[in-house]
Design a protein around this ligand. Structure first.
Ligand SMILES: *Cc1c(COP(=O)(O)O)cnc(C)c1O
Length: 474
């Protein structure tokens, strides 16, 4: 399997291997990597997914994208290691809310959010690929809360990796912050930037665009722009689909969306043959994607803090991958559209592309008031505590079910554990969710963090000063 950059004017004629894509994250032209084609699975293979252990399903799925880079046996070993620490034997169990609505629990990993499902696996793939090459990398990532801790946790103490995570100062929950600042490992650095998540993301993009820095420190990315993460996220859609009767019946998914990585993985699963009825994008008050689906206009508005901070995003990076498809895989056209979007804040309008996007996704906005009501109502009806991000997925699922009469089961993605956002959950229900046993002492550890201005020079200097020397280990 070979990969293309979404901004390469020569796409589809210039390609990269999975290993290069894994280690680089972002393409040198600023684009995102996508496979040159999506594998399509036979019905027999899909039938075989029912009852398969999660780690095995993960190894089989990633193998389709990894090409020569990893053998199935190697992937099976890495997947076993990645998922054995999860607190539920099914890894991503389903819980039923009513006769048509299900929760897909993606929060049983070490940092209590769905990011662990991809990062625990990708961290190991990274390490294996680097060890093979005798190489060392500096990972830089931006986080709106959950990626950071999952990435730090996945890369801590690894000899070949230094990791720096930028997060928006004061805009994430205390549990999220502590999960990053209490990682006691010399190669793991949390940086609080005085700005928004989009500022953090822009800083990371600027650092990657600095060819000299990129080369000196051998920069790599692990945010959701890394294709390997998308590939690892496809797995739980197949797992949930198989558990609910696919391919014999179709299943719908409602995904709380920020950077568009998770719902994009669902879209790829559908391409690959998973029987998906509807894909629902749930947004909070930062509803650029819902406005786009409703009106065809994608226009940036200021980011506003909400109860679901991991979705306080206006520029959804992974949307560029969809745009690449909508534009017939024309890298030059994508570059032109994205450049205009960055300059004017408005994506050049295209009605055919908008209609195509409307055919693929529905979208609903769930504001903070509704989020609180849904947390309260879900608890009252089922005794289940859900976090604010999950509430957005449940709210969007309910809105879709109300207007769309099908009998396909609807699966809302539970992307964070309620104890990650205990204040909102307690305010809505009167019940304070408890951290799982392994994390119960989170508030007793010493915090380690550096606050920096939203300034590229300051961030560059800090990283240069703290990254161990790059280059070959041996
Ligand atoms: C990251 C995250 C999201 C948003 O996912 P995207 O892939 O960026 O769309 C939603 N909810 C939670 C809890 C998250 O951690």
């Amino acid at each position: 399997m070979q990969y293309l950059s979404t901004r390469d004017p020569q796409s589809p004629h210039r390609t990269r291997s999975f290993e290069e894509v894994l280690l680089a994250g972002l393409a040198e032209d600023g684009g995102l990597y996508v496979p040159e084609r999506f594998p399509v699975l036979d019905r027999e293979v899909l039938c075989g997914y029912a009852g398969m252990p999660y780690a095995e399903l993960a190894a089989q799925t990633i193998k389709l994208f990894a090409g020569e880079a990893f053998s199935v046996g190697e992937l099976q070993r890495l997947a076993d290691e990645a998922y054995h620490g999860f607190r539920h034997a099914a890894v991503t169990p389903l819980a039923q809310l009513d006769h048509r609505l299900w929760l897909l629990e993606l929060f049983h990993g070490p940092t209590l959010a769905f990011k662990d499902l991809a990062l625990q696996f990708v961290g190991l793939m990274f390490d294996a690929a680097l060890a093979r090459r005798g190489d060392r990398v500096t990972i830089i990532g931006a986080t709106s809360g959950d990626t950071g801790s999952a990435a730090l946790e996945a890369c801590r103490d690894r000899e070949a990796i230094d990791i720096f995570i930028l997060y928006p100062y004061g805009r994430i929950s205390e549990v999220q912050r502590r999960q990053m600042t209490t990682v006691a490992s010399a190669n793991a650095h949390a940086i609080a930037v005085e700005g928004t998540f989009d500022d953090c993301q822009d800083l990371v993009k600027a650092l990657f665009a600095d060819a000299q820095l990129r080369q000196a420190l051998n920069l790599a990315a692990v945010n959701s722009i890394n294709w390997a993460r998308i590939a690892a996220q496809i797995v739980y859609y197949f797992a949930a689909g198989a558990a609910l009767g696919a391919p014999h019946r179709s299943v719908s998914f409602s995904v709380p969306t920020g950077n568009f990585g998770n719902v994009y993985a669902a879209h790829i699963a559908r391409h690959m043959g998973l029987a998906v009825k509807d894909l629902v994008i749930g947004t909070n008050r930062n509803d650029i994607l819902a406005r786009y689906i409703a009106t065809g206009e994608m226009a940036i508005a200021p980011v506003e803090p909400s109860l679901s901070p991991s979705m306080d995003i206006q520029v959804s990076s992974n949307f560029e991958r969809l745009l690449f498809e909508l534009k017939g895989r024309n890298g030059a056209a994508v570059t032109e559209a994205i450049t205009a979007f960055r300059h004017t804040g408005i994506l050049p309008r295209s009605d055919p592309e908008w209609r195509a996007a409307q055919g693929l996704f529905s979208a609903h906005k769930v504001d903070d008031t509704l989020t609180m009501n849904i947390i309260a109502e879900t608890y009252a009806r089922s005794g289940i505590l859900i976090d604010p991000h999950t509430a957005v997925a449940v709210g969007a699922a309910q809105a879709e079910l109300a207007k769309n009469h099908t009998d396909a089961p609807m699966v809302a993605l539970a992307c964070a554990h309620p104890a990650k956002f205990p204040d909102s959950v307690e305010r809505a229900t009167g019940v304070r969710p408890l951290l799982p046993g392994a994390l119960a002492d989170l508030f007793e550890h010493r915090e380690r963090v550096t606050v920096l201005p939203n300034d590229r020079g300051a961030v560059t200097r800090y990283i240069r000063a703290h990254a161990r020397r790059s280059g070959r280990l041996a």
